[in-house]
Design a protein around this ligand. Structure first.
Ligand SMILES: [Zn+2]
Length: 163
C-alpha cells in the first residue's frame, strides 16, 4: 500500500483573491469619475449625526457640479449628499459661500477683491492681505483633503481677468 502523496502544489496558486475592477469609482448617481478622498477628511466634514456611518473606508468625491452627491464609497454603497456635509463644496452649483481656503474661511470673492482692490498678483500676496492659509489643516478642512493653494491660484486668475 503506497501512501500516495497528494501534490497540492499546483492548486496553491488558484486561491488568489479575485481582483475588484479598480475603475469602479464612478458616482452612483451621475456616473462621473470621482476623485479619491481620505477617510479623515470625510469623517471631519460629514455632519456629526452621520459621522458614525462613515466607517473606516476611504471615499470618492463627485466632481460634477450639477450632482447632489458629494462623498460615496462604491463598495459599501454609502454616500453623502450636499445637505449631509458641513461646508459648501466650492465646485458644486450654488455653493455659498464659495471658499477658496477652507482652513481660514477665505472666500473666492475675498481673493478676487484682494486682486482688484489691493493689487494682489500671487498666492503670497493673498496670504498677506487676507491672512489665508495660516494654520493650514487642509487634510481635515478642504473637501478634497488637499492644500487649497491651487484653488486660490484659480481665484487670482479669475480676479486678474476681471481687472
Ligand atoms: Zn455625482
Amino acid at each position: 500500500m503506497t501512501n500516495e502523496k497528494i501534490n497540492t502544489c499546483c492548486y496553491c496558486g488558484g486561491k488568489e483573491p479575485s481582483h475588484k475592477i479598480e475603475n469602479d469609482n464612478t458616482c452612483p448617481v451621475c456616473k462621473t469619475m470621482g476623485i479619491k478622498v481620505k477617510n479623515i477628511t470625510v469623517k471631519h466634514l460629514v455632519i456629526d449625526t452621520l459621522a458614525e456611518s462613515v466607517g473606516d473606508m476611504d471615499y470618492y468625491i463627485c466632481v460634477n457640479e450639477e450632482c447632489n452627491v458629494v462623498y460615496y464609497n462604491p463598495e459599501s454603497g454609502v454616500k453623502f449628499d450636499k445637505q449631509q456635509v458641513k461646508v459648501p463644496i466650492w465646485f458644486k452649483k450654488d455653493a455659498n459661500p464659495k471658499y477658496a481656503c477652507y482652513c481660514s474661511k477665505v472666500t473666492e470673492e475675498q481673493v478676487i477683491d484682494a486682486v482688484i482692490k489691493h493689487g494682489a498678483k500671487t498666492v503670497k500676496d493673498i496670504i498677506e492681505i487676507t491672512g489665508t492659509m495660516k494654520n493650514s489643516q487642509c487634510e481635515k478642512n478642504n473637501p478634497l483633503g488637499k492644500c487649497c493653494h491651487n484653488i486660490i491660484q484659480e481665484a487670482i486668475d479669475k480676479g486678474l481677468s476681471m481687472k
